[in-house]
Design a protein around this ligand. Structure first.
Ligand code: ZN
Length: 664
């Protein structure tokens, strides 16, 4: 599970300016930020080398994600890159609109927005584009037929959404992702229901469907096309395996075993091998360097089975780890005191391993946009039996924070001076602790009732799970216990987070949604659910208030202590829904509070945000690593550098790390 996009409410001042700008590119609703990798120079040579190889593996899976997101993404990207590179005219309205479109495609790993999932609307004309096709695309570099390509780009109705979660529609056939082909929702659900039924009673249930595309053969028989060496995506997976083998050779013995298990799974495609690997991975809490590499998160599949490819290469941030070590040491206390039905508490919290990390390379579904926290593995039984690893990514939140300094956001949206002051003082710590608690304890807490399988909540499961983890974090952030164990100096840290969270959930996050659209993405839905529910339940006591002033609306929290109780009450119900697999209650909660947007309120947020010139989304450029060799060709060092050109990085990746055929 990944902790979503950071709440862009950092309230720093412009006083602290760095010599090099943090924002390296801006277009549309996106800003691209560079991140630094402090501490890399101090790692041992083996660790540096390990990071280099794992970093290469991380880049080799990039095409997989493009193809998973949409069957024709590679065709579009390659054609656009060919035109972009060859074009002799590099100015003018049409060209600049085309360039912006290409930048968006790189950012989203495809033609659908990375967050809203809607297809991009090109701002260049089809006539101009056809001229470019005629000029630069020939028999040799043509990926797909011109007319079809134009339809893909210019017909708004065709492949309109990558991920459709609208209630009542066939979410499989109406989603443009490449996880299913020629099958409808009913067929998919029946296919996997049968597999799950046959596996019933297995204490280590397999995550069926995780690493394959589901389709029909020529006889209409439904089958899985598995992503593995020798299977679908083999050209990229072979490269990933090549670098993982290099990495295994310089890893410590424990980590070598983990990497070899991963390699074995990439060869077999057997999900039992994936579980074996995950168990080894979660047990390795000692190695300084760590990596996520594989088909991990299922947010892109409307049915929550298929996982997108991603990689995060990282190492431990020793100093910041003190925070999460304290949490892990107190994990049982948190579980025993959680405001949920005691039957749904874990009697024994196992293997909570939490750390703060420094990211060294992002790949696949973690690039350019990335989560700020990760909690894996996702398989419930592994989490229960072996625990989970939870990380907060410090150098990424640091970069976000730097990029947001002095942008005027706090002045525009936070009404009261006291709230602004509190945010300035404790905002970053509150954000960090929220992420730590969400990842380290929230996702790992609670247990299912006997007989509940865990897949009952279907399309609503991600939203509910994120809400559960957030509520756990919010509830405990305001607990005196945190002062007692030395995590916060004062409850003001919690109150600062509460104000920020409610304002974001009800109001400011809406700036990321196009006018007329509802909330779709599960982290956004979860935040809206929590904020709106608490607003309604606390209305009589004026716990949360929408203040109108000078034609502007402000979301203000008046009663932090009561708000905390409301978080607890909602957590009780959310845990009950998950534990009992209560689909109807889950659906009602999400549909009532998390989806609908008031158009007038929405328009106001967009206008005010626009006036500030703040792009609502952020993503990153990766650092680059280079092996330093001696005269005999032996690696003697690894050098890191920080390129600051978004376009160059993506053209380079497209040239050097693109292994898949156009159609897979
Ligand atoms: Zn989460």
């Amino acid at each position: 599970m990944a902790m979503g996009v950071i709440a862009l409410t950092s309230c720093g001042t412009a006083a602290e300016q760095t010599e090099q700008p943090w924002i390296v590119d801006r277009f549309d609703d996106i800003k691209v930020i560079r991140y630094e990798v402090p501490g890399f120079e101090n790692l041992s040579l083996e660790e540096k080398e390990l990071i280099y190889y794992l970093g290469e593996a991380a880049k080799c899976g990039r095409d997989i994600l493009f193809d998973q997101n949409f069957k024709y993404n590679l065709a579009v990207r390659r054609t656009l890159e060919t035109i972009y590179t060859a074009s002799d005219v590099r100015e003018g309205e049409e060209f600049l609109a085309f360039e912006k479109y290409l930048k968006k495609v790189w950012f989203a790993n495809g033609i659908h927005h990375h967050y809203s999932n809607d297809k991009f609307t090109p701002e260049f004309s089809e006539a101009w584009f056809r001229e470019q096709l005629a000029k630069y695309i020939n028999e040799e570099n043509r990926q797909i037929e011109d007319d079809f390509l134009c339809q893909i780009i210019f017909d708004p109705a065709l492949y309109a959404s990558r991920l459709n979660q609208t209630a009542g529609v066939d979410v499989v056939t109406s989603s443009a992702n490449n996880y299913y082909e020629g099958v409808n929702q009913e067929e998919v659900e029946a296919f996997y229901a049968k597999m799950v039924a046959e596996d019933a009673g297995n204490p280590e249930p397999i995550s069926y469907g995780l690493n394959s595309k589901l389709m029909k053969d020529e006889n209409g028989v439904i089958y899985e096309k598995v992503w593995k060496v020798g299977g679908m995506y083999t050209e990229a997976i072979e490269q990933i395996v090549y670098w993982l083998e290099k990495a295994a050779a310089v890893a410590n013995p424990t980590q070598r075993e983990v990497l070899e298990a991963l390699i074995k799974y990439y060869h077999s495609g057997d999900l039992k091998d994936f579980d074996d690997y995950s168990v080894l991975w979660v047990k390795d809490t000692e190695s300084n360097v760590d990596v996520v590499n594989g088909f991990i998160e299922n947010y892109g599949d409307p049915l929550g089975r298929k996982s997108s490819w991603e990689s995060v290469v990282n190492f431990r941030d020793e100093e910041a780890c003190r925070r999460t070590e304290i949490m892990a040491a107190n994990a049982q206390w948190f579980e025993d005191n959680a405001p949920i039905n005691p039957a749904y508490r874990k009697s024994e919290v196992k293997g909570i391993s939490a750390k703060v990390i420094t990211v060294a390379m992002l790949g696949g579904d973690c690039f350019p946009a990335t989560a700020i926290g990760i909690n894996l593995p996702n398989a419930d039984w592994i989490r229960k039996e072996h625990g989970s690893k939870s990380v907060t990514i410090d150098n990424i939140t640091y970069a976000y924070d730097k990029a947001a300094q002095g942008n005027g956001f706090a002045e525009e949206f936070i009404l009261r001076e006291e709230d602004r002051e509190r945010a300035k003082k404790y905002g970053k710590l509150g954000d960090d602790l929220h992420t730590d608690l969400h990842e380290c304890l929230g996702h790992g807490s609670g247990q299912l009732a006997p007989g509940t399988k865990g897949d009952e909540l279907r399309t609503y499961s991600s939203t509910l799970e994120e809400a559960r983890a957030d509520l756990f974090a919010l509830y405990y952030l305001g607990d005196e216990k945190l002062i007692e164990i030395g995590l916060i100096p004062t409850l003001d840290v919690a109150w600062s987070q509460y104000s920020d969270y409610i304002m974001n959930g009800m109001q400011t996050q809406l700036s990321r949604i196009e006018p007329g659209k509802n909330v779709e993405e599960s982290h956004m839905r979860n935040r809206k659910l929590i904020a709106e529910w608490c607003y309604e339940k606390g209305k009589d006591e004026n716990v949360i208030e929408i203040v109108k002033q000078n034609g502007k609306s402000y979301v203000v929290v008046n009663d932090f202590v009561r708000l905390r109780e409301l978080f607890g009450e909602l957590l009780y119900e959310v845990q009950r829904i998950k534990s009992e697999g209560d689909y109807e209650a889950c659906k009602k909660l999400v549909e009532d509070y998390a989806v609908q947007v008031d158009p007038e309120f929405h328009a106001e947020v967009i206008a005010r945000n626009k006036a500030l010139n703040i792009e609502p989304y952020g993503g990153f450029v990766n650092p680059e690593y280079e092996l330093v060799l001696d005269a005999e060709g032996k690696v003697v060092d690894v050098k890191i550098s920080y390129p600051a050109n978004y376009v160059e990085q993506h053209l380079k990746y497209g040239k050097e790390y693109s292994f898949l055929p156009t159609l897979n």
